[in-house]
Structure formats: C-alpha cells, structure tokens
Write a protein that binds this ligand. Structure first.
Ligand code: ZN
Ligand code: ZN
Length: 433
C-alpha cells in the first residue's frame, strides 16, 4: 500500500491523502484551503479520473470542498460519508458555490450541477458498520462536529487509521472521539501540534465569555460573536442558552444570523448523533435546546430589531471574510460600549487575524471600518490540543507508525518519537505502508 499526501501536509487545509495498492485506491478527504487565495490538492486531472473511492471525514470545506471540482473533471468516484456529514456538506458546498461562482476563475472550475452530482451520488454509512470503499473501511466517531468520522482502512492484515479532525472533550452537543482503537498506522491531524497549544477547559473559556457579555450588557452594549457556521456556532448557542437558563446571564435576546441557522436545523434533524444529554432533552421532555425561546432571528433585511436594544448576536463569518458580521461591525463597531468576541481560529491574512493582532481598521473590498468596540478572544476549539493529541496517539492499540498532517507547526514528533516511528510528510510525498 502506498500513501501519498496531495494536500494538508505541513498546512491546515486541502486535506487529501491517497491510499493505493496498485489495483484499487481510496482518497481520504478531498478539501480545499480557503485564505486570501483558494488552494487545491495537487492532483493532476488524469490522477483525479483514476480515483475509485473517496471518504469524507466531515463537512468542513478543508475536507470536502474539492469534491465538485473532481466532478467537473467528469470523474465519478464513489463517495462515502455519514448522514450528518452529507446534510451539512450540502449547506457548505452550496455556500462555497454561491460565494465563488461570481469570481471568474472559479466559474470555470465547477458548476452547480457538479455540486448536485456530489450530493446525489454520496453514499451514507453508519459508524462501526464496515463498507467496501475498495478496501474494507469503517467509520468511528471523531467528536469534532456532528457526523465527523475517523476512518479505518484494512489491507492485507494491516490497519490504517485516519483521524480526520478530532475532539477529545465532551462538548455541549457531542461525545468525545472514540479511543482505544486498534491500528498499526495512524494518520493524525495536528492543528494544535505546538507544545504551547494547550487549550483551557470549556468551563474556564465560557466563564471568561460570560464575564465579558455581562459587562457589555450592563453598559447597554451589543455583543457580536463571529462564528464558523457549522460546529462552533451550535456549541456557543447552546452554551449561551444554558447560562441564560441558569441565571448566569440576564434574559437577553440571542440573535442568530447567516448560515448558522441552516446548520442548526440540520443538527436538530440529526439529533440521534448528539450526546445523551441532548437526546434526552429532545426525546424525554419538551425542552428542545435547538428551539430555545431565547433564540431570535432578524425580522427584516435591515435588521432594525437587532440594532435597537442590547443583545447577543451570533453570526457568520468566523474570520470576518464576509457574511452579516460585516453589517453588524459597520453599524455597531464604532461604539466602545459594544464587544466583539472571537471564538474560533483566525487564519493568517484574514481580517479576523488583523483585528486579533491589534489592528482596529477593518478593510473591506469597497470601504474601511474603524473599530472602537472592545475586542476579546475566547478559545473554544473543536480540536484536540497538544497534550490530547499525544494521549490520543498513545490510546491506539498496536500502533507502530504515525504520519502527522493538518498542522503548521509540530512538536509532536519529539513527544512521540522513540515509542513510534513519526513522519511529518510534505505535499506530494509518497510512503509505503
Ligand atoms: Zn474541521
Ligand atoms: Zn480541518
């Protein structure tokens, strides 16, 4: 078996790793890298057409966004994923198409028909039920966002486990990733691969967030929380609702704006994939956390109701690259009584990263916004941190070899070498497994 990294090696984004035994092949994830300029896996057209099967670990575009491009090359690989991944991917691919189809370069790359083709052909599978993706393949729960999966591929007595993105902590909505799986080879994400990447507990992070929100509301201000539409937003919304119910936050309207609401509905429809607390609340009581009376939507396009009185706004996009958050910053960003709270990763070069670095001028395509509001950051991640990644690798039974990917900086090699053979591959490198 040969393993080739076509993207996601020493970088976060465009995850795509090919397993090939000469007769059959399977692509693990098929993502793009969004940034100032979109980057794609380095697969040639003839290589694309040769792909037999693709597994999608989860819906985020850095793992799924290249699928319509593959279809546009008239390739028809079999695509395997879980049901929540398919549903959430539908929302994200449609948005990816909408945002980019106006840009000339993108329009040539794929059409909405290609997005439809991917959605129609994708085959849904369940956790723990082996399926034939050329090789015997099984999904395990990854805890990162709803439907996220680790992928086990078996080949001539060997077992290769691809982690995808993993979370080791129980969250408001999900159980942590499974542990103690048997595999001789592990292809592991390493988003938090630096020794200093230690993430505080959710409790500490939420405590900080509650403090900032209370101070802002007491001053008569608005709280703006930019968020990724899928994953973080649902976690933050359910947490805010809990704190409001417990009295830690005063009764205040929580406005949901942008694509978050669509993803919220998909989470609700797929609640069977949530943790037991959520399932119990939905099934055994009238207390459906996804339909809390604390949640509101702007009533009009001009959003006067949101601007009128102090409230909390959870909206896209998470890195201030577009979406309704820009409208809110334009209207509310000058007032020092208001707060902006980042809850997610800010990629280099994005407006969010400039603001985080202390810059207070938000440069948009056609205008500039001067920010006078309070800016804070709370670390709420859906990824395992440095110590947890080490723990996860050590939990794998019979493990001999580790490939580290989906990370920019890695001290994990030092932490794991000796006990295992550790490889940090580069893009386009091939290894035998
Ligand atoms: Zn992800
Ligand atoms: Zn990712």
């Amino acid at each position: 078996m040969r393993i080739t990294f076509y993207g996601g090696a020493q970088e976060v984004g465009r995850a795509s790793t090919l397993l090939d035994d000469g007769k059959r092949n399977l692509l693990l994830d098929c993502g793009i890298k969004l940034g100032e300029k979109t980057e794609y896996p380095l697969l040639h057209e003839d290589e694309l057409r040769r792909i037999n099967s693709i597994t999608v670990s989860h819906a985020h575009l850095d793992h799924s966004g290249y699928l319509p491009h593959v279809y546009s090359k008239r390739a028809r690989p079999k695509i395997f994923l879980t049901k929540p991944t398919r549903d959430l991917m539908g929302v994200l691919l449609a948005d990816y198409y909408r945002i980019h189809h106006g840009e000339r370069e993108q329009r040539k790359l794929f059409s909405s028909k290609d997005v439809d083709g991917v959605m129609k052909d994708a085959v849904m599978t369940e956790y723990h039920e082996p399926f034939d993706a050329g090789f015997r393949t099984t999904f395990y729960s990854a805890g990162h966002i709803m439907g996220s999966a680790m992928t086990m591929v078996e080949h001539e007595g060997r077992k290769i486990l691809f982690s995808g993105d993993i979370c080791m902590r129980k969250t408001r909505v999900l159980d942590p990733c499974e542990r103690g799986i048997e595999a001789d080879t592990l292809i592991m994400e390493s988003t938090y691969g630096a020794k200093t990447d230690i993430v505080p507990s959710f409790k500490d992070s939420y405590q900080k967030m509650i403090g900032i929100i209370n101070e802002t509301l007491n001053n008569g201000g608005h709280v703006i929380i930019p968020s990724f539409a899928v994953g973080r937003a649902q976690e933050v919304l359910l947490a805010l609702d809990d704190y409001m119910r417990s009295g830690a936050l005063p009764p205040t309207k929580i406005f949901i704006d942008g694509m978050i609401d669509k993803a919220m509905k998909i989470y609700r429809h797929n609640a069977i994939y949530a943790n037991d607390d959520i399932k119990r609340r939905i099934l055994m009581s009238e207390d459906d956390p996804f339909k809390s009376p604390n949640f509101h939507h702007p009533r009009t396009k001009t959003r006067e109701d949101v601007l009128k009185e102090p409230c909390i706004i959870v909206t896209t996009s998470g890195m201030l690259t577009g979406g309704p958050v820009l409208f809110y910053l334009e209207k509310l960003g000058g007032d020092p009584r208001n707060s902006l709270i980042f809850v997610g990763y800010q990629a280099d070069g994005t407006p969010g990263s400039h603001i985080m670095a202390g810059n207070r001028t938000l440069k948009l395509r056609d205008r500039e916004i001067e920010l006078g509001l309070r800016v804070e950051s709370v670390r709420l991640t859906g990824h395992a941190d440095f110590n947890e990644l080490v723990q996860f690798a050590k939990s794998v039974k019979g493990l001999k070899r580790i490939f580290l990917m989906h990370g920019e900086k890695s001290d994990l090699k030092d932490a794991l070498e000796g006990e295992y053979e550790v490889v940090i591959p580069r893009v386009l490198e091939t290894y035998s497994a």
